[in-house]
Ligand binder design. Structure first.
Ligand code: NAD
Ligand code: UD1
Length: 336
C-alpha cells in the first residue's frame, strides 16, 4: 500500500517507517519538525536502504496538504502528528487543542476531498482515565482525562467515530498505545525529549548517561506489589509493527476498529529500575518523591483483541526495552 505518514520524523513515526518499508509498503512523510529532526529520516533511509519522500508541511496547512495529496495517491494515512507532553498541555491548552484537533480536522477534510478515507490514528491508554477494569480491554469505558492532551485524544476518537457513522466509506483504526519505550536495536533511531524528561525511561537513561544525578520515584504508597506505579511498557518496534498489522483492518474495510497496543504485562517503577540496572550493568540512583498529580496506581492492557483480529502480539520484553533504550542513549547522548 502507499501510505501517508504524518509526524513520521518523530519517535514512533520513524520506527513505523522502518517496519512499513520492511513489509513492502511505500511511504511518504509530512512533518513540521516542531518536535523532531530531519536526521531521523536520514537514519530511516540508512536502515531501509530507501529514500523516504519528505514534505515539511504542517497538518494545519490546507494548501500544503493539498499539494502532497495531488502529487501522490494514498491508500491510507497513519496519523502521528500532534503535540504529546501532558504537563505542557496543562500550561498551553489552546495550543494543544489547536494543533491536535484543528490539525486533524484539516487533515481529515483534505483526505476525503482526495478520496482517501482510510486512517490509523495514534490514540492513548490515557482515554481510559482511571480504568474501571484491569487488565484494560477495549470494552472498558472511557474515563475522565485529567489534562488537555488526553482530552484531545478522546475528542478526536469521538469526532472520527461520528464521521464514520455518517459516511461508511471511512475505515478508521484507533490504536490506544500503552507506554512506548525502547528504540530500534541498531541504536540509530530513538527518542530524545526536549528539556527535562517527563516520562520514566528517558529519565532513567539520562541518569545512566550522567546528564541527571538521580531519578525521583513518584510515590511508593500505591496499592501495587512494591508501592510504585505499574504500567504496561511496550517496545517501540513492537508498537511500530502493530501499525503494519492494523493495515489488515483497513484492507478488510473495518469501519471503526479500536485496538489496545500493549504487552499485557504490568511493571512497577522499581521493576524498571532494577531490570535496567541488571541488563546494562549500570546503577541508577533514585529517591522516593511525593506522588505526581494525575497519576494512577496501575494501568495495563488486555491486548488479546489485536492478537485475535490482527495476528499481532508484542515480541519484546522489559529486558530488551531496557537494553535498546540504553543502546540508543549511549550512542546518541545529545540525540540526533
Ligand atoms: P513525537 O513528538 O516524537 O512525534 C510527533 C511528530 O509530529 C513530531 O515529529 C512533530 O514534529 C510532528 N508534528 C507535531 N505537530 C505537527 C503538525 N501540526 N504538523 C506536522 N507535524 C507535526 O511523538 P511520538 O512519541 O512519536 O508520538 C506520536 C503520536 O503518538 C502522537 O500523536 C502522540 O500523541 C501519540 N502517542 C504517543 C505516546 C508516547 O508515549 N510516545 C503514547 C500514546 C500516544
Ligand atoms: C504518561 C502520560 C500519558 C501518556 C504516557 C506516554 C501522565 C499523567 N500520563 O503516562 O498521558 O500517554 O505518558 O507518553 O503524565 N515516574 C517516576 N519518575 C519519573 C517519571 C515517571 O516515578 O521521573 C513514574 C510515574 O509516576 C508512573 C511511571 O513512572 O508511575 C510511568 O510514568 P510515565 O513514563 O510518565 O508514563 P505515564 O504516567 O503512564
Amino acid at each position: 500500500m502507499k501510505i501517508l505518514v504524518t509526524g513520521g520524523a518523530g519517535f514512533i513515526g520513524s520506527h513505523t517507517l522502518v517496519e512499513l518499508n520492511a513489509a513492502g509498503h511505500e511511504t511518504v512523510v509530512i512533518d513540521n519538525l516542531s518536535n523532531s529532526n530531519r536526521k531521523s529520516l536520514e537514519r530511516v533511509a540508512e536502515l531501509t536502504g530507501k529514500e523516504i519522500p519528505f514534505y515539511e508541511v504542517d497538518i494545519r496547512d490546507r494548501e500544503g496538504l493539498n499539494r502532497v495529496m495531488e502529487a501522490h495517491h494514498f491508500d491510507a494515512c497513519i496519523h502521528f502528528a500532534g503535540f504529546k507532553a501532558v504537563g505542557e498541555s496543562v500550561e498551553k491548552p489552546w495550543e494543544y487543542y489547536e494543533n491536535n484537533i484543528s490539525g486533524t480536522l484539516t487533515l481529515l477534510d483534505v483526505m476525503r476531498q482526495h478520496g482517501c478515507k482510510n486512517i490509523i490514528f495514534s490514540s492513548s491508554s490515557t482515554v481510559y482515565g482511571n480504568p474501571a477494569i484491569i487488565p484494560i480491554s477495549e470494552e472498558c469505558p472511557k474515563g475522565h482525562c485529567t489534562n488537555p492532551y488526553g482530552q484531545t485524544k478522546s475528542m478526536l476518537e469521538e469526532i472520527m467515530m461520528d464521521m464514520q457513522k455518517a459516511d461508511k466509506e471511512w475505515n478508521i483504526v484507533l490504536l490506544r498505545y500503552f507506554n512506548p519505550i525502547g528504540a530500534h536495536p541498531s541504536g540509530r533511531i530513538g527518542e530524545y525529549p526536549n528539556g527535562i524528561p517527563n516520562n520514566l525511561m528517558p529519565y532513567v537513561t539520562q541518569v545512566a548517561v550522567g546528564k541527571r544525578t538521580e531519578l525521583g520515584v513518584f510515590g511508593n504508597d500505591y496499592p501495587t506489589h512494591d508501592g510504585t506505579g505499574v504500567r504496561d511498557y511496550i517496545h517501540v518496534v513492537d508498537l511500530a509493527r502493530g501499525h503494519v498489522a492494523a493495515l489488515k483492518a483497513i484492507e478488510r474495510k473495518c469501519g471503526i476498529a479500536i485496538y489496545n497496543l500493549g504487552t499485557g504485562q504490568g511493571y512497577s517503577v522499581l521493576d524498571v529500575v532494577t531490570t535496567f540496572e541488571k541488563v546494562n550493568g549500570i546503577k541508577i540512583p533514585y529517591s522516593i518523591k511525593p506522588r505526581r498529580a494525575g497519576d494512577i496506581a496501575t494501568c495495563y492492557s488486555d491486548p488479546s483483541k489485536a492478537e485475535k483480529e490482527l495476528g499481532w502480539k508484542a515480541q519484546y520484553g522489559l529486558e530488551e526495552m531496557c537494553r535498546d533504550s540504553w543502546n540508543w542513549q549511549k550512542n546518541n547522548p545529545e540525540g540526533y
